[in-house]
Ligand binder design. Structure first.
Ligand code: UGA
Length: 456
């Protein structure tokens, strides 16, 4: 199959590489010349495990090429994937300007039958409108079909998710297009849902919103667990063993972030109000998520007091989750900004997100460290903000010699509570009534900055 992929972000680049790996001839198109030159040399613009090997292999075997010329891509392909970004606009809905532009440009270039597929996440009804935009811009009388084929890739695991998807959703109103798309995915042996355009668009939003709801649900449970003495990790484990619930997306923490969940939940809520319906549950999901971050910061503030001018915190993790260098809508970055706003100095480390973080945080009150132990040197406490596995196994004795106070705020529940507490640390987690929290709650409200030693 001859395929053109427009946009070489997470979705487009991974899609192009893997379509080629499946034996198709793929042309990746992007307007950013510098990016295209870097990709051609095997320099990936994003950190995605396994991606550069697949890109390089398929370039060298001649199935994968990259260009800045949309015309070259469209003319030499039968199926065109639109994979450009749909960020959140100021009003909360998806900013579709890049999608409209690409669709109009494709329309001008079509000179034979094409299947035009949107992988970008677009609100319900968009594909129908795109069809019209393409038609309005066409100069030939060639035919085309529109397909909605949403992606469900997780950053950090997108190669694996693309190779082994749980399902493929194909929305269209054309039997010819269904048959062509089936030809692309059937070999995976995974379920394919063929449906109308609008339902396919909605599956994507519904899936992300449901997963975000699962996270907000467990974060609400964390609040009750902390107050009642139950342990949210144990509760999540017990719930997850029920096949109807499943264990995933039940990790309590500082709230969900990233370039997808916050924007997609907000966009689906906007869709509901546009349809004169108030999706109350989603409003709650967003509110809980916002609160989760603030509540985590409030524990640090209650412990150290609001004036943090003489405080330095060691921060592990800045990426919005583990296994990525992406800091878009990262809750960790927001927390660093809040603490800096309260006057604290931050010593930070992330295995992959240092470069991106520097661009956003700059150097005021933030020191970028070379490894996880350097952040602890002379810091008043250790704060964990991303669930990188390597943060779970730190040498506690070493941590103790480095920190000024043996205090850890674990925003991702990645540490072993018993081990930490028996090593003499004052430990704060999410949804666990740790000794640190217990002692904090016993203090008269408004007592600022009393340092507790070993949870007493
Ligand atoms: C998400 C979806 O999982 C993908 O299926 C979807 O394709 C993608 O959005 C998209 O729309 O493009 P992603 O944003 O890469 O993928 O990240 P997730 O792994 O879903 O994590 C999102 C956020 O939720 C992260 O901040 C993560 O730390 C947080 N999270 C996740 C929790 O707080 N608890 C959990 O149990 C799971």
């Amino acid at each position: 199959m001859k395929i053109c992929v427009v946009g070489t972000g997470y979705v487009g680049l991974v899609g192009a590489a893997i379509f080629a790996d499946w034996g198709n001839d793929v042309i990746g198109v992007d307007i950013n010349e510098e990016k295209i030159e870097r990709i051609k040399k095997g320099e990936m613009p994003i950190f995605e495990p396994g991606l550069s090997e697949i890109v390089l292999k398929n370039i060298s075997e001649g199935r994968l090429t990259f260009t800045t010329s949309l015309s070259e891509g469209v003319r030499n392909s039968d199926v065109i994937f639109i994979c450009v970004g749909t960020p959140q606009s100021d009003t909360g809905d998806a900013d579709l300007s890049a999608v409209w532009k690409v669709a109009a440009d494709i329309g001008k270039l079509i000179d034979s039958y094409k299947v035009i597929v949107t992988k970008s996440t677009v609100p319900v009804g968009t594909n129908q409108k795109l069809k019209q935009v393409i038609r309005d811009n066409m100069t030939s009388n060639a035919d085309f079909d529109m397909v909605s084929n949403p992606e469900f890739l997780r950053e950090g695991y997108s190669v694996e998710d693309m190779m082994q998807p749980d399902r493929t959703v194909i929305g269209s109103d054309s039997e010819k297009a269904f048959s062509i798309m089936r030809g692309l995915y059937e070999h995976l042996g995974k379920p394919i849902l063929e449906c109308d355009l609008k339902s396919a668009e909605m599956v994507k939003y519904a899936s992300n919103a449901f997963l975000a709801s699962k996270i907000s649900f467990i974060n609400e449970m964390a609040q009750i667990c902390e107050r009642s003495g139950a342990d949210v990790s144990v509760v999540a484990k017990g719930m997850g063993l029920d096949n109807r619930i499943g264990p995933r997306f039940l990790s309590a923490g500082i709230g969900y972030g990233g370039s997808c969940f916050p924007k997609d939940v907000a966009a689906l809520y906007k869709t509901s109000t546009d349809q004169a319906y108030d999706f109350r549950l989603l409003r709650g999901v967003m509110e809980v998520n916002e609160n989760q971050k603030n509540y985590f910061v409030s524990k640090i503030v209650r412990y150290f007091g609001k004036n943090m001018a003489d405080k330095t915190f060691g921060v592990l993790g800045l990426a919005f989750k583990e296994n990525t260098d992406d800091i878009r809508d990262s809750v960790g970055i927001e927390i660093v900004k809040i603490l800096r706003g309260l006057g604290a100095k931050l010593k930070v480390y992330d295995p992959e997100a240092m470069y991106n973080s520097k661009l956003v945080l700059g150097s005021t009150s933030v020191e970028y460290c070379l490894d996880k132990y350097e952040v602890m040197q002379d810091s008043d406490a250790l704060i964990i903000l991303t669930e990188w596995k390597e943060f779970a196994n730190i040498d506690l004795e070493r941590v103790k010699t480095l920190l000024k106070n043996p205090v850890i705020f674990d925003g991702r529940n990645i540490m072993d509570r018993n081990k930490i507490e028996s090593s003499g640390f004052t430990y704060f987690a999410v949804g666990k009534r740790t000794a640190g929290l217990e002692a904090l709650d016993k203090r008269p409200s408004g007592t600022p900055g009393v340092i507790l030693k070993n949870g007493n």
